[in-house]
Structure formats: C-alpha cells, structure tokens
Design a protein around this ligand. Structure first.
Ligand code: C2O
Ligand code: CU
Ligand code: CU
Length: 487
C-alpha cells in the first residue's frame, strides 16, 4: 500500500514537472521586437536589373548566383546567397507581351539549385521547379512571353528537398510585371522612390553573425527567426518624399505569417494581391500574408512624421498550443518610415483599378479535392518526382478544393496559374482574398475552394508543382505534380 502511494506521488510529481517544463517551453516560444528597434539602418532597395535585348528581341537578364558575405548585424559577417551580389537578387521587370530570357548561372560552388518564377504563367520547362536543376557551373536559360496582368511576382530556389535552406540563405528577388492598362493608372510607380519593394525574411543569428539553421524543440512549421530583415536590412528605416507611397510586400520567409499594419493603426489601401490589381482599392488596417504571398498597399504620410510598419500577432486559426509554436503570438517592428519635411503631392488612388478576367465556377469542368495531412503529404502521399498526380486538359476551368486536415498551419500554391477564391473556411472570401491569388493560407481543419483556368502550354511529360509553401512541409513532401495536356 505504501509502495503504491509512493509510486502515485512520484508519478504526480513527474507529471507536474512535465507540465512545468512544457509551460516553460511554451512561454519561451513567444517572440517580439515591438518597441525594441532603433531603425538605425537605411533600407536597402534591391537594384533593378537592366536587361539587354538580344538579336531575337528578347529581354535577357543575366543572373549570377553566388555566395558571399554581408555585414547584416554591426561588426559581424553573415554568409548569404544572392544573385549578382552577396544577398538577395535584383528586381526583374517586364511588360505584358515581352519575351524574356533570364540566364541563370550557378556560381554557388558545390550546390545544385533551381530558380522558380513564382506566380508566372509559363511553359513547364521554363518554370524552374525541382525538375529544372542547375548544376554548379551550369547556366540555365529558359524563355517565355509574359502573358498576364501587371503584378508583383518573385523568384526563388526550388530544388527538392533543399528549398527551405536555400531560400533562408537569401537567394530571392522580385519580378515585377507591368501592363499598359496598369501603367495608365495614377498609381505611385517610381521604383525605389514612391514604389518600394519590401521583402520580408525572418532569420536567427549566432553570436558571430552566422545564420542559425536550427529549429525549435517543437516546430510544427519549421524555422522561425527572431529577427526580421527587410530587403536584407536589419533594423531598417525608409525615407519617403511623397504624400502617397506604394509598398510591395512579399513574404519570402519559410514559415512565418505576418499580419502587417501601421503602429498607429492608420488605414491604407490594398490595391493588389498575388495575381495583380484588384478591381477597386480596399481600405484596411491589416493585411495578413503567409509564406509566398504578396500584397501591394498604398499608404499616406504627413510631412515630417515617423511611423512604424509592424507585424501584429497573426490569426492562424490554431489552438493556443500549436499557435504559439507556429508564431501565432509573435509581433515585430518591421520598418520605420520617415517622411520628409515637405512631401511631393500625389494623386488620389483611382476608384477603378482593373477589370478582372472572368473566372466562373459555372464553367468548371471538374472539381479536384486535396487534403493536406500531417506535415509532409497531400492525400496521404509524399512527393515522388517520378509520379504525376493530376492530369489537366488544356483550356479547361477547374475548381480545386483544398482542406487542411491537421492542426498545423498550411497554405497552398499551384504553379503556372492564378486563381480566385470561391469559399474560405465555410464563408465567402474575406476582403484581402477577393482578388487574384496564387498562394492562399488554409487554416487548420478548414477548406478553401478556388477556381482557376489552365489556358495554354501543354507538356505531356514535364509537370508543374502544387504544394504547401511552408517550406519545411514542401521539403518533406507536401507537394504534388500536375501536367497540362492536349484535349
Ligand atoms: Cu514559390 Cu513552388 O513556389
Ligand atoms: Cu510557385
Ligand atoms: Cu504546410
């Protein structure tokens, strides 16, 4: 009897101990830099690449991928990857109907990579997914004609299963598309002056400045950094000189979700999402972006003021336990905006921005269902590069219904196409998901229905990918392959 009691007491103490340890881990998993930055560094603006025009009239962008060293934290050096420089990659820019040819030279030493044009409508052979590997020393020169509306796209490595690490090293850039209708609008469009790219990446640093690749003890979504770099700049500020400024926000992190707004809760206009301009601007005070998503916002400033762009605690739709370990309780000061004493006037944002291509559910030839399960599979299967999971007929419209069957945050991104959200977690799409998208957050235990059209580019063999853009999940196989074939 005494022994039983003793055992019960010991077990009780052990349980209390475990709970206490769990509580400690949970408490320690919250991160915030709000109020802690000095905004000491001028925000770097990735240079605009200058293409040359080749004999066939193509815009050729030379991109040399290389590793290098950058002083990110004062007095230390960090080994980073970039294109045409040590960190990040230049901003590429092209217009609808331009024929482009990036020439991607792999100067990374030992590492094989790929470069994927995220959000781009293009032939599978040019897509830069895991099948278009670029061996060390090789150059890959895909070519295609831009045929989609003005939008903020981006490019990044996509070798399987190394994407999380390679993106984390900083080899990412924006790919801005223009079109004549968008150019005719009175929107801020002077790159680096009133049209500012903001590439958000979270990092962890060792004391000597090197990147820390370790994941937390409980990490449902992968590495979460406690420092946010904007365009590779730590502790940044931006000087603005106009009354209205367009910010092109890109979440280029592996797992972190940002819920972006201003510290004083001022409203801004959302003018574009992943796939391009909205039909009309939408006033809001927060915009949430999961990994891979973009948004363009226009904000107004008063002469001489300073205001902080912040990431507030995101709404992940998780329980309190999982949410904490997925960054759901984290907040960050991203960037201080300093307005000049005198600001150049800027016109009002137009009431109509774009006419969107009709993407009607009624035209859908079929519905495909996908279930994101665990942390590395879709419909219970992990990626096989030799298995084609879905075959789509060219010229068809389809509804894709994606469910998150786990307690973990996921999102969903198909290559090649833009989609419209039909239904989000049992209701109509919220305001920030009304426009064209190519990546969408899927809360735990919810379903998102989207409609899209597979308008051209057939290839019976080479697939496009669809996957969770939480890069650890993608690397673990939460990815599938689809081909587009002739009818
Ligand atoms: Cu940014 Cu396969 O994607
Ligand atoms: Cu993509
Ligand atoms: Cu996921």
């Amino acid at each position: 009897m005494r022994l039983v009691k003793l055992a019960a007491v010991v077990a009780g103490v052990a349980l209390v101990g475990l709970a206490a340890a769990a509580f400690l881990v949970w408490s320690g998993a919250k991160t915030s830099t709000v109020g802690e930055l000095e905004f000491a560094n001028r925000l770097a603006i990735p240079p605009l690449a200058e293409p040359r025009i080749d004999g066939d009239g193509r815009k050729v962008f030379d991109l040399e991928l290389r590793a290098g060293e950058t002083e990110i934290l004062p007095g230390t050096t960090t080994e980073t990857w970039g294109a045409n420089g040590a960190r990040l990659a230049p901003t590429l820019r092209a217009s609808r109907r331009d024929e482009v040819m990036p020439r991607v030279a792999n100067g990374l030493g030992e590492e094989t990579t790929t470069i994927h044009w995220h959000g781009m409508h293009l032939p599978a052979a040019a897509d830069g997914g895991p099948h278009q590997t670029i061996a060390p020393g090789e150059t890959w020169s895909p070519t295609w004609t831009i045929d989609q509306p003005a939008a903020t796209l981006w490019y990044h490595p996509h070798p399987h299963p190394e994407t999380e690490d390679q993106v984390y090293r900083g080899l990412v850039g924006m790919f801005i598309l223009d079109d004549p209708e968008a150019e005719a609008l009175a929107l801020p469009d002077d790159y680096g002056v009133d049209d500012i790219p903001l590439i958000l990446q979270d990092k962890k640093f060792e004391d000597d400045g090197s990147l820390d690749f370790s994941k937390g003890p409980i990490s449902p979504t992968g590495l979460l950094g406690d420092e946010i770099l904007v365009n590779g700049t730590h502790d940044p500020h931006l000087e603005v000189t106009t009354e209205r400024v367009r910010l092109r926000l890109l979440n280029a992190s592996g797992a972190r979700v940002y819920n972006i707004g201003f510290a004083d809760d001022r409203e801004f206009d959302l003018i574009a999402t992943d796939g391009g301009l909205l039909e009309a601007p939408r006033a809001m005070d927060r915009i949430q972006l999961s990994a891979g998503e973009r948004a363009e916002i226009v904000a107004e400033f008063e002469p001489g003021e300073r205001v902080v762009l912040r990431s507030f605690e995101p709404d992940l739709g998780t329980n309190f336990w999982d949410g904490r370990f997925a960054g759901g309780d984290d907040s960050f000061d991203l960037l201080q905006i300093r307005a000049a004493g005198e600001l150049a006037p800027a016109p009002e944002i137009p009431k109509r921005l774009a006419t969107q291509e009709p993407l009607a559910e009624s035209k859908a030839a079929q519905v495909r269902r996908f279930e994101l399960s665990g942390q590395g599979s879709i419909d219970g299967r992990s990626l096989e590069l030799t298995r084609i999971d879905e075959v789509v007929e060219v010229g068809t419209t389809e509804v894709w219904e994606v469910s998150n069957a786990s307690g973990t945050p996921h999102n969903f991104h198909p290559h090649d196409v833009r989609f419209r959200v039909l239904e989000y977690a049992g209701g109509p799409p919220p305001a920030h998901l009304e426009g064209l998208k190519d990546t969408v957050y899927i809360p735990p235990n919810e379903t998102v229905r989207v409609v899209t059209e597979f308008s051209d580019y057939t290839d019976p063999e080479l697939p496009y990918m669809f996957h969770c853009h939480v890069l650890q999940h993608e690397d673990r196989g939460m990815m599938g392959q689809y081909t587009v074939v002739e009818r």
